[in-house]
Design a protein. Structure first.
Length: 238
């Protein structure tokens, strides 16, 4: 029996980006999908777009939240599917057959995370981004969450993190179930909108990676500390 897939979209004041995401999800040919939208209390007309498609949604709400990962947790709490995908406002599936091609024909009972490649959209250009090897999970997020499906568990995103809670979540899946529970699909799954990502985000990401290394007792934490100390020494010498 094909599994039920929960797709969760979070948004806030995203009236210019949300509709293409909604249409991407609703146009999937796979039948067993429940679609959830968590809006953070938008005031720009985003809610009007949600209302337009409300009859085809499993659940939606518009209320203030404590940030991206709090909204994603709300989506997980409402999801009833065996698998969850987070396709945030502005992002889309690569085509209408993506979910069907993954779940329509395959026995995936041995896996806890399924992931693939993505296209990164920035400045009206598309760049193909291949997922990293899971051997790099000790160091970084191997794939973008838009191109992954995770089994529903009691795990939740850490809302004190701003940009790396998805990495912490994936690393916890790895710690619990091992690398053999991850299935790589060598095809693009999503188109990720990277508009607005800057070096500031990258600096914050590296800082939060350090927090995740420490929390998860990742051996790479000590290498990270050495790198940070070296940076401080070099700065003091300049």
């Amino acid at each position: 029996m094909p599994p039920l897939i929960s797709v969760v979209t979070i948004c806030y004041n995203a009236k210019n980006d949300l509709e293409k995401t909604i249409l991407s999800v609703l146009s999937q040919t796979y039948q067993d999908i429940e679609y959830i939208i968590i809006d953070g209390g938008s005031t720009d007309g985003t809610v009007d777009i949600i209302h337009k498609y409300s009859e085809r949604l499993f659940y939606w709400i518009s209320e203030p939240d404590k940030g991206i990962y709090d909204a994603m947790n709300k989506g997980m709490d409402r999801a009833t599917g065996s698998w969850i995908n987070f396709m945030n406002a502005g992002d889309t599936f690569c085509d209408n057959e993506v979910i069907k091609n993954i779940f329509g024909y395959n026995d995936l009972s041995d896996y806890s995370v399924i992931y693939g490649d993505c296209y990164v959209s920035k400045l009206n250009q598309l760049q193909y981004l291949k997922a990293s090897s899971m051997k790099k999970v000790h160091v970084q997020m191997p794939f973008c969450h838009q191109s992954s499906f995770i089994r529903k568990t009691r795990l939740r995103f850490s809302i004190d993190l701003k940009i790396a809670a998805d990495y912490q979540m994936i690393y916890e899946y790895y710690r619990m179930n091992g690398i053999s529970s991850f299935l790589y699909i060598s095809k693009p799954i999503s188109v990720f909108d990277a508009t607005g990502i800057s070096t500031t985000n990258n600096n914050l990401l590296q800082k939060e990676y350090g927090i995740v290394y420490k929390r998860t007792r990742n051996a790479y934490y000590y290498i990270y500390l050495c790198k940070q100390i070296l940076k401080m020494v070099l700065l003091c010498q300049n």
